[in-house]
Design a protein around this ligand. Structure first.
Ligand code: PGA
Length: 253
């Protein structure tokens, strides 16, 4: 079975001290107990990228990421961070196209395509997030919508490039405080569609949106799901460690 990716984005949360404490707790735990068959990753805010990387240490099994990056390498783009800058700060993953960025910051299929290309150009792993609104879901358009998002960002890649991409399916209606977890039944068709398009071709097909300690094992059991992308449940280190244990048990089963 393929490696299970289990990671968290902190979104716009945590001070440097909080970020360092979480990272040092994780580092110490993994030194004792590295979960087999699991790829951990953490995506702090830009302000904490380098600090978290320093705490995790060189050669850490935890992949560090950023929540966004510009498609240009440098230049007059006030307020933006480039992929080379993210890499310089220690990042190895670039999260691209989270629904919050699409909704509030003008991220489009075209900008996600440019950002995926920029990440690959510099040897980083693009983590492409896709997901539909409740309106699209209620109209029965989920699979078509998410395939359009994914293909729009990925269809120009060759086989080797695609093999370095991780895709996270995160239905908008399932994310955050206002979201509710997707049921297994609701996820079978979208993951079948993603599996048909990308199964065995990308580095991972993750589920995200209200993942918690009660539903994680079942979510990992859905066909084509090879990991979890988690917000709230993983912001407390204990929650994240428990998710790693659940994933390890699943990988061994
Ligand atoms: P959540 O966030 O786990 O807190 O719902 C998920 C996400 O936005 O990736």
């Amino acid at each position: 079975m393929s490696t299970l990716w289990v990671g968290t984005s902190w979104k716009m949360n945590k001070t440097l001290a909080e970020g360092r404490a979480w990272a040092s707790g994780l580092r110490d735990h993994l030194a004792e107990e590295m979960p087999a068959g699991v790829q951990p990753f953490v995506i702090p805010s830009f302000t904490a990228t380098a600090a978290v990387g320093d705490v995790l240490g060189e050669g850490s099994p935890v992949l560090l990421g950023v929540q966004n990056a510009h498609w240009e390498d440098a230049g007059a783009w006030t307020g933006e961070v480039s992929v080379p800058q993210a890499k310089d700060a220690g990042a190895r993953i670039v999260e691209i196209g989270h629904s919050e960025r699409r909704e509030h910051f003008g991220e489009t299929v075209e900008t996600t395509r440019l950002k995926v290309a920029a990440a690959l150009r510099h040897g980083l792993t693009p983590l492409l997030c896709i997901g539909e609104s409740l309106e699209v879901k209620d109209a029965g358009g989920t699979s078509e919508f998410i395939l359009d998002q994914a293909l729009g960002a990925l269809e120009t890649l060759d086989e080797q490039q695609l093999a370095r991409v991780v895709v996270a399916y995160e239905p908008i209606w399932a994310i955050g405080e206002k979201g509710r977890p997707a049921t297994t039944e609701e996820l079978i068709a979208p993951f079948a569609a993603l599996g048909e398009a990308f199964g065995g071709k990308v580095a991972g097909l993750l589920y995200g949106g209200s993942v918690n300690l009660d539903n994680a094992a079942e979510l990992l059991g859905i066909e084509h799901v090879t990991g979890l992308f988690v917000g709230r449940t993983a912001w407390q280190l204990e929650g994240y460690l428990e998710l790693l244990r659940i994933a390890e048990a699943h990988a061994a089963s």
